[in-house]
Design a protein around this ligand. Structure first.
Ligand code: 5GP
Length: 175
């Protein structure tokens, strides 16, 4: 049997408070929290509340098409949010885990170097943020990026509370 790192719902809740304290104690506060969907959605939401930062949004990178299969060019799907007010703001980018770290490294590079697509299909305007910092629940030792804020380190496969059970389908029994 594979030895796994199990994050419980309680561990997640407590951990996000702990991470918020670490961020506050670093003397830096974001104006906006951005989740890397889907893995970053729950931690980003929890951090947004724990930090008292109401502005939040998501962005999605299509990079992995299959295990070890990547697209030639990573595709950034614009955040599902109005980013026009973000110019010159501090952004906290949140993901579940930096494993190879390639997804998070890519998102950070895109935000820092190219800016965030405005989300308006009629415009190619890029929003430039003042500073972007990254945050993960877990970091693995092989990661190409060291996030600015990390709760825990592991090299095991992680079971997150939101993806441990199979999806609810029409033919499966649920409690
Ligand atoms: P990357 O290799 O680019 O750092 O990770 C991409 C994504 O793969 C992560 O955001 C996460 O959703 C998923 N992933 C990577 N390692 C694990 C793991 O140990 N457990 C789970 N459940 N997902 C993982």
């Amino acid at each position: 049997p594979i030895d796994r790192e199990v994050l419980t719902w309680q561990g997640f809740g407590d951990g996000m408070r702990e991470l918020a304290v670490t961020i506050r104690d670093s003397g830096w506060m974001p104006d906006l929290v951005v989740a890397v969907a889907r893995g970053g959605l729950l931690p980003a939401g929890a951090l947004s509340y724990a930090l008292g930062v109401k502005a939040c949004g998501t962005m999605n990178v299509e990079f992995y098409t299959d295990i070890a299969e990547t697209l030639p060019e990573p595709v950034l799907i614009p955040p599902l949010m109005d980013v026009s007010a973000l110019d010159g703001k501090r952004v906290l980018v949140v993901d579940d885990v930096a494993d190879s770290g390639k997804t998070l490294a890519l998102v950070m590079q895109m935000i820092r170097d190219q800016g965030i697509p405005s989300g308006d299909p009629a415009s190619s305007t890029m929003v430039r943020v003042a500073e972007a910092r990254s945050c993960c629940i877990y970091m693995k030792s092989r990661s190409v990026i060291t996030p600015d804020y990390v709760l825990k380190h592991t090299d095991k496969w992680i079971n997150f509370p939101w993806s441990t059970l199979p999806p609810v389908t029409s033919d499966c029994e649920q409690p």
